[in-house]
Design a protein around this ligand. Structure first.
Ligand SMILES: [Zn+2]
Length: 284
């Protein structure tokens, strides 16, 4: 049996990963080798699909008045022919990233959840898992992982974290590539984490998912030099109260000649892997 994930320096627990995955190969119909930045309002949700496999990085926000998991992500995935998720990677416990878990887990209960081991005792996160009725056996707590999702190599690295600080500081970093088409994401990680992660991996990527929705506390010039993106994505809500993406980050992108796309204005952003390069398309 093919085991797609191989753990590298895993801190805890996750030794049996992706078991039975082959059963579901080819189950998803419509999308090819793609990444989709789903327009979920003020929050994050990125879909990766390849050769019948699919994974999400974050599951969108939930507020008192809206639930992106139930109302946006699940209907969109079904509409696009995604009937099975192999993995749900969660960057960190904030509600704009994990709030949609109840709806997404209900619709895709067999998806393995991957999260940084630094949040293993995070009360906020454990409460989210409880509300979503996620069994502990469904979660792999990791410090780093290397795996494959169809044609894509997925590399996860998690910075160390002091629980007395803001949990943005423990955000998971993910690098996805097929040798050419490539994407780097970092949740809401601030500049200190970007600094800590430079050199840990080759983060060079065609597309950079901007840290913290384009906050001025992320996307340092050093991080831009490390990633060298051609395209930057800001996942943010229309007229969001934080002013994301911020002018200071937009200026840095402009200075470096990096194209900015944003989910609040562009809607869902589909990038198809064409000859080892991500090319924007209108969607299925
Ligand atoms: Zn966020």
């Amino acid at each position: 049996m093919k085991i797609p994930w191989q753990t590298v320096g895993v801190a805890a627990i996750a030794t049996v990963i992706g078991g039975g995955l082959g059963l579901y190969a080819g189950h998803n119909r419509a999308l090819g080798n793609e990444v989709v930045f789903i327009s979920v309002g003020q929050g994050d949700c990125t879909l990766i699909t390849s050769e019948g496999h699919a994974a999400l990085i974050d599951v969108g926000p939930k507020t008192n008045s809206s639930d992106a998991g139930t109302n946006i992500i699940v209907p969109d995935l079904k509409k696009w022919g995604v009937n099975h998720l192999d993995w749900i990677l969660l960057s960190h416990p904030d509600r704009d990233h994990v709030g949609g878990l109840v709806g997404v887990h209900r619709a895709f209960p067999s998806a393995k959840i991957i999260m940084s081991a630094v949040f293993q005792t995070n009360r906020k996160m454990l409460k989210e898992f409880k509300s979503a009725r996620v069994k502990s056996s469904a979660i792999d707590w990791v410090t780093s992982m290397d795996g494959n999702l169809g044609v894509f190599k997925i590399e996860v690295r998690c910075p160390p974290y002091d629980p007395s600080t803001n949990d943005n500081l423990g955000c998971m970093f993910v690098h996805i590539h097929d040798g050419g088409a490539s994407l780097t994401t970092s949740g809401d990680a601030p500049k200190a984490d970007e600094r800590a992660m430079i050199g840990v991996l080759n983060w060079k990527a065609q597309i950079l998912h901007l840290g913290h929705h384009g906050s001025r506390h992320s996307t340092s010039r050093a991080w831009l030099r490390a990633v060298q993106p051609q395209i930057a994505i800001a996942s943010c809500g229309l007229h969001n109260e934080y002013g994301f993406p911020t002018k200071v980050v937009m200026k840095k992108l402009q200075d470096a000649g990096i194209e900015l796309r944003r989910t609040d204005k562009d809607g869902d952003l589909f990038y198809k892997d064409v000859n080892h390069k991500f090319v924007r398309e209108s969607g299925p």
